[in-house]
Ligand binder design. Structure first.
Ligand code: MOS
Length: 737
């Protein structure tokens, strides 16, 4: 199909709304008679609440209610697991007993007539604990390391350990990546309002359907009694995929005081109960022939989880399929810690796993004296060797070629510590990026109106990638309408269900459902025209008519044809069509589906003070069809910035004595800001993938971050000859021998 609107670099349809400050985020939906809730977070890392001095705080100005485990209603907590909730374990039950499982766990809520009054009272509340020392250091030898009960933890083909042991050239190293927190601009926020046993939540969420189901399960309500509304999200990166305890607490408080309640987490609280990227410890061992053919690959990784749930991510999965090798063994373990449960953070698992693998590949390239890109070329597989299936499409080497050309890789001198700009050391590094091309079942609705315009609805979210815009493009394309004639609405559970806004599958899933709904609506419009005695296509067979650019004609006819408006004007009521799309299981069985990319980074390092500046990042990606190149580039730029943070800045530090995150604020949790920004460039290879989904899109959100950190770390090595295997790389790593 020739595309007119899909593929165009259009600016955001919601851009004006946002720039004008008219976009309403969860905390903006103030309700009449609303009260303000503030959470009190535990200040010990493990133990019990012994005593709470409630009396004085209850008498403080404006305080309406103080809720603790002693007076909180017992909640139902019916079993519920969305695809995003850990398959093993049970979620935190809030204010149901005196147990403190981790530092920052909510132990009380103050509800007051103003935010100031609520904060003041919350700060005054005195709680005494029986505290024990929590286990929070992943590297601690006392920490229990367990085999995850869900998901393929271990995979093996051939005899990888023997192959590495016998290899002519080998690399065998450990990699350590820090815990990170998502830290989007918009804090978590929920406004809860009850009307009898019906609950409305204006809540920051990447997965409205799951929030609805989870809160219904927690309160023992029929799902349809809960409505979740979230038209805009100010960044999330995965932290709003799950429904965290604060959502339950806002609804609990609202029911307790019989008034709408608004609860906004503080920046500090967003380090406690809303997930984090788990720290990972990994070993990668590579064996190769002298001419650079991999003979053995071992990848062992340990992530983190809480005591009460098993959070798993795809830490070692990339190693199974990325390169050709007959002997590969991957192993995944979890360290159980006294912290809140981690969750997905952009490129979850893949971003961490690939740092270890792509650092090791870079190390191997120097040992072999082979160019790092050439080393990848020599190990490029014909098929997915783990699954024994062909790739639906794989453009990794084309990405390397395009990226290398644009980046100027040929200017790189191969020796480490050999390039300078004045007194600065210059380094160039490259790394592979990859992420699965997922596709989840989704639905959508199309309404063709009498004025010839269309409304599209789906219970999706838009956390920033431009979903409003790209979905409008898909609908306009398949209906043959102009962009301005289509209005796409998302952000309420009243709309047709969609999967989570995550996993890079929104366009594949929701987009395919919108396409299906548009085609169905179009078909209904044709039927109506054919049945209408006054229409020029009256009585023509279905095969005898065709749509071109939103007009219906007899096949081969040159007359202007009928617009939706013409068809609807004569027949009256609008046309409404539901669409549903899922991946064909036969295709899923047949192909291995992934995106691939190549990331290049240049760094400049001051040899005297050790400061590392990223000068340029170029990423080239094979992601199937690009629906909107402007938005896609913007998404990649954001991912690269996340990758810069991972490589050089971001880490959440826990105090070993009590599990307190010591840098739970934006002054000490470092992230790249505008002044840190280098030139960032994203390129897309022309890639047609007929298998992934009807739109041919593979998704972009996650792969945009994956690969950036190892490209930067590899550039740091190239600049200095110092290999740093612990992220973030810090100034002191550059100064010590
Ligand atoms: Mo992304 S970690 O699936 O929001």
């Amino acid at each position: 199909m020739n595309m007119n609107i899909i593929g165009k670099p259009l600016t955001r349809v919601d851009g004006r709304t946002k720039v004008a400050g008219k976009a309403r985020y969860a905390a903006d939906f103030n309700q009449p008679d609303q009260l303000y809730a503030v959470l009190v977070s535990a200040t010990v890392g493990l133990g019990r609440v012994r005593e709470i001095e409630t009396a004085e705080v209850e008498e403080m100005p404006g305080v309406v209610s103080l809720i603790t485990y002693r007076n909180a209603p017992k909640l139902t907590y019916l079993p519920h697991k969305g695809v995003i909730d850990p398959a093993v374990g049970e979620r935190l039950h809030v204010l149901q007993d005196d147990t403190v499982r981790f530092y920052g766990q909510p132990v009380a809520i103050v509800v007051a007539d103003s935010l100031d009054h609520a904060e003041h009272a919350a700060a005054a509340l005195r709680i005494r604990y029986d505290a024990q020392r929590p286990m929070v250091d992943h590297a601690d030898q006392q920490v229990a390391r367990i085999v995850p009960e869900a998901g393929g933890a271990d995979r093996s083909r051939g005899d990888a350990d023997a192959a590495v042991a016998e290899a002519a050239v080998k690399v065998d190293e450990y990699y350590d990546m820090a815990r990170e927190n998502h830290n989007p601009m918009e804090p978590h926020a929920t406004i809860a309002a009850w009307s009898g046993d019906r609950l409305t939540l204006w809540s920051k969420s990447q997965f409205l359907m799951n929030e609805q189901a989870e809160i219904a399960a927690v309160f023992g309500l029929p799902t349809e009694n809960v409505e979740v509304i979230c038209p805009f999200i100010g960044g999330a990166f995965g932290t709003s995929l799950r429904t965290w305890p604060h959502v339950t607490l806002s609804a609990l408080a609202a029911r307790h005081v019989q008034r709408p309640v608004k609860l906004v987490l503080t920046r500090k609280q967003m380090f406690f109960t809303t997930g984090h990227r788990p720290r990972s410890l990994q070993r990668v061992a590579l064996g190769a022939t002298p001419d650079g053919k991999l003979t053995g690959v071992v990848h062992e990784g340990t992530g983190e989880t809480s005591r009460y749930e098993q959070f798993t991510e795809a830490l070692t999965a990339v190693t199974d399929y990325l390169y050709s090798c007959p002997n590969v063994r991957t192993q995944y373990r979890l360290a159980q810690l006294d912290t809140g449960t981690p969750n997905h953070m952009r490129g979850p698992g893949e971003a961490s796993g690939i740092f270890a693998l792509e650092s090791a590949m870079d190390e191997l390239s120097y040992k072999l004296g082979i160019d790092p890109i050439e080393l990848r070329r020599r190990n490029e597989p014909q098929i997915d060797e783990a699954e024994g299936k062909p790739f639906s499409s794989r453009s990794l080497m084309r990405c390397y070629e395009l990226g290398a050309e644009r980046f100027g890789w040929a200017r790189r001198s191969p020796e480490p510590h050999s390039m300078r700009d004045g007194r600065l050391l210059i380094g160039m590094g490259a790394a592979t990026a990859t992420y699965p091309a997922f596709h989840a079942p989704s639905s959508a609705r199309v309404r063709l109106l009498a004025d010839g315009t269309a409304e599209i609805e789906a219970a999706a979210s838009d956390m920033g990638p431009g979903t409003y815009t790209s979905m409008t493009q898909v609908a306009a394309e398949y209906l043959g309408l102009q962009l301005e004639q289509v209005r796409f609405r998302l952000g309420t559970t009243d709309y047709p269900p969609t999967p989570s806004h995550g996993g890079s599958w929104t366009m594949a899933s929701v987009g395919s459902a919108i396409r299906a709904a548009c085609l169905e609506a179009q078909s209904q419009a044709a039927q109506r025209a054919i049945a209408d005695q006054n229409s020029p296509v009256f009585g023509v067979s279905r095969e005898g008519v065709e749509w071109t650019e939103g007009r219906l004609r007899r096949r081969g006819d040159t007359l202007p044809g009928l617009s939706y408006r013409d068809i609807l004007a004569s027949a009256g009521n609008p046309i409404e069509a539901d669409g549903f799309a899922r991946r064909d299981p036969e295709i899923a069985e047949k192909y291995s589906m992934h995106s691939f990319g190549a990331v290049f980074a240049e760094v400049a390092i001051d040899p005297d003070v050790g400061t590392i500046r990223v000068r340029r990042v170029v990423g080239a990606y094979g992601i199937g069809r690009v629906v909107n190149p402007l938005l896609a580039k913007s998404q990649c730029t954001g991912g690269m910035i996340g990758g810069m943070g991972m490589a050089l800045m971001e880490r959440t530090v826990l105090d070993a004595r009590d599990g307190r995150p010591v840098n739970a604020h934006m002054a000490d949790y470092l992230m790249p800001v505008n002044l840190d920004m280098p030139e960032l460039e994203a390129l897309f290879v022309d890639e047609v993938d007929p298998h992934v989904n009807p739109l041919g899109v593979k998704g972009l959100g996650e792969i945009a971050l994956v690969g950036t950190a190892p490209a930067i770390a590899n550039a740091v090595f190239h600049a200095t000859g110092k290999r740093v295997r612990k992220l973030p790389i810090q100034i002191e790593n550059m100064l010590t021998a």
